[in-house]
Design a protein around this ligand. Structure first.
Ligand code: 5GP
Length: 188
């Protein structure tokens, strides 16, 4: 069986995580790819399920060992990366990994995997709505909020680089659309 990969990217606050959760729940052929990061866990996050929370030293060691399919400093001094080993484990289990990563990392993986990858860009309806969602989430300091919004604006300008843009205006519609394109890609 050909080893495929689903790449989902979006500015943070676009509702990507909610869409990803629903798609994973409905497509057992997919497996969420757990990334490594140097940021601190948020309340409720579990090491090994949400992320592998690594020290900066360990993360650097893994970079030196070429352990990452891609990695990025997504925010100031905060590294995130996709481990080759984790993708392999998913393929070995007969499943297709779904990676939820930033725009630059997504472009890197799409370039690397080419036709074997389906890259999806989830777009929030507007920067104002994005701001509202991030404020409601309440996990960011004002500085972090600004950094995330500035980044979101820049990232949205790259949406045409992806195989498919999903506008998350109404959650159910976005989920249905995502399920359809993923199913189609898995069957091709
Ligand atoms: P958060 O800190 O909110 O969990 O994630 C911040 C951003 O990092 C999100 O856009 C998320 O998709 C991205 N991210 C998570 N894992 C990875 C990864 O392995 N590689 C890259 N490049 N970005 C990632």
């Amino acid at each position: 069986m050909e080893q495929k990969i689903i790449i989902v990217t979006a500015p943070s606050g676009s509702g990507k995580t909610t869409i990803v959760r629903q798609v994973l729940a409905q497509l057992p052929a997919l497996q969420f790819s757990v990334s490594a990061t140097t940021r601190n866990p948020r309340p409720g996050e579990v090491d090994g399920a949400d992320y592998y929370f690594l020290s900066p030293e360990l993360f650097r060691e893994k970079i030196a060992q070429d352990a990452f399919a891609e990695y990025e400093m997504v925010y100031q001094d905060k590294y995130y990366g996709t481990l080759h080993e984790k993708l392999e484990e998913t393929w070995q289990a007969g499943k297709t990994p779904l990676v939820d990563i930033d725009v630059k990392g997504a472009k890197t993986l799409k370039t690397f995997f080419g036709e074997r990858a389906l890259s999806l860009f989830i777009q929030a309806p507007s920067i104002e709505i994005l701001k509202e969602r991030l404020i409601n989430r309440g996990t960011e300091s004002p500085e972090m909020l600004k950094e995330r919004l500035d980044k979101a604006e820049l990232e949205t300008s790259f949406k045409s680089d992806f195989d498919q843009v999903i506008v998350n205006d109404q959650l159910e519609v976005a989920v249905t659309e995502t399920l359809a394109v993923v199913r189609q890609f898995l069957n091709d």
